[in-house]
Write a protein that binds this ligand. Structure first.
Ligand SMILES: C[S@@+](CC[C@H](N)C(=O)[O-])C[C@H]1O[C@@H](n2cnc3c(N)ncnc32)[C@H](O)[C@@H]1O
Length: 385
């Protein structure tokens, strides 16, 4: 299986990468700000870093992290120790040339040409006692399951401090391809065995039984079970979000996020909703470029209207809050119940929508909390007096 990018990958950012980079660029500054406030340092690994920058000049994942590191250093005196590993020699050389300019700005950007597995233990060693964020973005299959779980649930299994988080690309193309391979009489067993290692067992093969019709939902079920298994094995809160090549397409990959912190879960969901907007905007621009004479772009016709989504989300979230109040019967902080608060709208709407829901509940006389306060996630919702 190919592990490289090849072709025109580095010419310009493709639509899935718009989502991925928008999410990364929104989330990691907040990870740094939230977890780095205490000791003014965080450790970051981009394990499949690529070239760092597209030929178009747009930043890739590595440059996004370097920019954040440079900004945090100059504005907040927060030090990021950044590791970037890249297996392909040409890509690693290009990445190094990007890193040089950030090192001149004082960023600790360390580029390693080689396999991510070769540096993982060193990174974990350097990160002892410090917050650690791992971004793992392979083109195909990623780290073996045991290695990933061992990293998260080994030395780093410390609960609150130091925090560890990961964001990982889980290839749905690979699931579909290897699912087809597993159910075929002509399938290559060695490929299935390699996937067993990445998924932590043979369980996934049950979704692709030989001699039965292909279940179109099977790849999605594999992604969901993988996230569930990771959560159970590591004890972390794990969410998995699909990323698409184009509107109405199947997911090309999922981004799987793991955290120990409810704050992480909250901020991630908010960042996902904002990254989706960025994705739709780019999809509309791509349609316009493809067909400049069209009256409406396809993307604009099928894009869920953000105002309509919000109009439905506010009462739905108010209902979630009401249920939480009925169960708890005492005040609670929103961020401590992220998934129950957002419900089905997790990753669909941003945090101001939750504030609007609190205000709606207050107007209906169902909470004494008026929804006014610094950050929606810190609001405390109390039963009506
Ligand atoms: C999807 S691309 C990375 C894109 C990059 N993260 C971004 O968003 O800008 C995957 C990269 O991983 C590299 N790669 C593949 N296997 C690797 C391994 N075992 N260790 C490190 N890098 C690897 C490939 O050469 C390729 O450049």
């Amino acid at each position: 299986m190919s592990t490289g990018t090849g072709g025109t990958y580095w010419a310009e950012q493709a639509l899935p990468s718009v989502f991925k980079h928008s999410l990364l660029g929104r989330y990691i500054p907040q990870f740094g700000a939230m977890t780095g406030a205490r000791d003014k340092q965080v450790v970051y690994l981009d394990g499949y870093a690529g070239e760092g920058r597209y030929e178009s000049g747009e930043p890739g994942s590595a440059e996004i992290a370097m920019r954040v590191a440079a900004r945090h250093r100059s504005r907040h005196q927060l030090r990021w120790t950044c590791f970037f590993t890249e297996a392909d020699a040409k890509s690693a050389a290009r990445l190094e040339s990007v890193a040089v300019s950030y090192r001149r700005q004082g960023v600790d950007a360390r580029v390693h040409h080689g396999d991510v597995e070769g540096v993982l233990d060193r990174v974990v060693g350097v990160a002892a006692g410090q917050p650690l964020f791992l971004f793992l973005d392979p083109c195909g299959l990623g780290l073996p399951y045991g290695r990933l779980v061992g990293t998260m649930a080994g030395r780093r299994r410390t609960g609150n401090w130091p925090p560890t988080e990961f964001l990982m690309n889980f290839s749905m193309d690979a699931v579909r391809r290897l699912g087809g391979n597993a159910r075929s009489a002509k399938g290559v067993e060695a490929s299935s065995l390699r996937f067993d290692a990445v998924l932590g067992g043979r369980w996934w093969r049950d979704y692709f039984p030989a001699g039965r019709e292909w279940d179109p939902a099977a790849p999605q079920k594999v992604a969901a079970e993988y996230a569930q298994r990771l959560s159970t094995a590591t004890g972390m809160l794990v969410r998995s979000v699909p990323v698409f090549r184009a509107p109405r397409h199947e997911a090309v990959y999922h981004l799987v996020f793991g955290t120990w912190r409810q704050h992480g879960l909250w901020v991630f969901g908010d960042a996902v909703a904002r990254a989706r907007d960025a994705w739709w905007e780019k999809a509309e621009v791509a349609d316009e470029t493809h067909d400049p004479n069209a009256l409406f772009t396809t993307a604009s016709l099928i894009r869920p209207d953000p105002k309509e989504v919000t109009a439905k989300a506010v009462p739905a979230i108010a209902g979630n809050l009401e249920r939480l109040l009925a169960i708890r019967r005492r005040p609670f902080r929103l961020v401590d119940h992220t998934l129950e608060v957002f419900g089905e709208y997790y990753g669909q709407v941003t945090e101001p929508v939750v504030r609007a829901a609190v205000k709606q509940l207050h107007a209906a006389g169902k909470t004494s909390s008026n929804g006014v306060g610094p950050k929606p996630r810190e609001l405390v919702v109390a039963p009506a007096r």
